[in-house]
Design a protein around this ligand. Structure first.
Ligand SMILES: Nc1ncnc2c1ncn2[C@@H]1O[C@H](COP(=O)(O)OP(=O)(O)OP(=O)(O)O)[C@@H](O)[C@H]1O
Length: 356
């Protein structure tokens, strides 16, 4: 079932938590809401669930207005980071809970409930734990049981608020892959809140980047990574060098560096910032072609290896600023760079935004 939110706004006192947010999520899509703490992700998720009301705007499920529909009637499955299982109930009883509390007329038979729970425990691959209590499970197992419990009521949409936030990195990674497979099997619309960019980029079909109650960009992981639409997205996703200066006549003059900005040819005496990813900076000893001559002088102040890359800190002596560059390990070894060495650096791929 598709989810659509239209022009949602929500204030808490003087604070605008959501500001005219619109978004469409198709059935079968797994969408990540990504953004810094306090940007409104949870508020948006709670409004979709029916746990929170918006000041204005609407929520549609499968094209039908659900804005006024009670949370229990929306058929949403909800998993929170700290949504504890009932401690005094076994795994089986926890997962069965949503079915057992249904009004008598809608409640399945005890046998049907048991079959359904068994099916769900097999789905989350934990049927062998049915008789255990939550205190006898690992953190990752608890989260999977919480998900099984959310699925028991056959949700039409699945909403997950940092479901794996409290777990260690290795377990998180396993659960992410597992969530992806599970989502694909269920074929529901799933929305997933995270402030972990790697998690969002790895798991989701589309990423919604939020900042200060607004959506900055919606796109596939590749789109938002390769073509950030705004300075905020550039800064939020991955490391980036910023060069701010005067933008005039299609050229940016920033920190002793001159960069072509043909898209701003018509601007005069404006300000602009260039964004350059560390791996989009070439580093070399001396110009070997006229193009290389465009490099600017730096001194290698520090190097550290991480994974298959060398991370270089380049001191631009003219300004005292540090520029970060990243080279594949192989290339770094061939260059045999030494600490303190004078080099030239040249941005290969740059995106420039004019200041508002
Ligand atoms: N019930 C409330 N009363 C007052 N302010 C609230 C309430 N709920 C949320 N807020 C505020 O609204 C803003 C958005 O909160 P929200 O929980 O949606 O952010 P978030 O992006 O999910 O953050 P986090 O990643 O930290 O969970 C925050 O500044 C928060 O303090």
């Amino acid at each position: 079932m598709s989810i659509e939110v239209k022009n949602l706004s929500r204030r808490f006192g003087n604070f605008q938590a959501l500001d005219n947010v619109s978004l469409h999520i198709d059935t079968g899509e797994l969408v990540a809401l990504l953004g810094p703490s306090g940007c409104g992700k949870t508020t948006l998720l709670r409004i979709i669930a029916g746990l929170e009301t918006a000041d204005s705007g609407s929520v549609l499920f499968a094209g039908e207005d659900a804005t006024g529909v009670h949370v229990r009637k929306r058929q949403v499955g909800f998993v929170f980071q700290h949504y504890a299982l009932f401690r005094h109930m076994t795994v089986l009883e926890n997962v069965a809970f949503g079915l057992r509390v249904r009004p008598r007329s809608q409640r399945p038979s005890e046998q049907r409930i048991r079959d359904k729970v068994q099916e769900l425990l097999q789905l989350v691959q934990l049927d062998w734990l049915a008789d255990r209590y939550p205190s006898q499970l690992s953190g990752g197992q608890r989260q999977r049981i919480a998900l099984a419990r959310a699925l028991a009521v056959e949700p039409r949409v699945l909403l997950l608020d940092e479901p794996f936030g409290a777990l260690d990195a290795k377990v998180r990674k396993e659960l992410r892959r597992w969530l992806r497979r599970l989502h694909d099997e269920l074929n529901v619309a799933s929305v997933f809140v995270t402030h972990d960019q790697e998690e969002a980029l790895e798991v989701s079909d589309r990423v919604v980047l939020m900042n200060a109650g607004r959506i900055e960009q919606v796109g596939t992981p590749r789109e938002v990574w390769e073509s950030p639409a705004t300075p905020f997205v550039y800064g939020f996703l991955g490391d980036v060098n910023q060069f701010t200066g005067d933008l005039d006549n299609g050229v940016l003059h920033a920190d002793g560096i001159t960069l072509p900005a043909p898209e701003y040819r018509s601007l005069r005496e404006a300000r602009g910032t260039a964004y350059v990813r560390p791996y989009d900076i070439d580093v070399f000893r001396k110009p070997v072609s006229s193009e290389d001559a465009q490099g600017f002088p730096v001194r290698l102040s520090h190097v550290y290896m991480a994974g298959a890359s060398a991370h270089l800190e380049l001191l631009q002596e003219e300004t005292g600023r540090i520029i970060e560059a990243q080279l594949p390990e192989e290339q770094f070894r061939q260059l045999a760079l030494k600490d303190g060495e004078h080099l030239l650096a040249r941005p290969r791929r740059v995106q420039i935004f004019a200041s508002q």
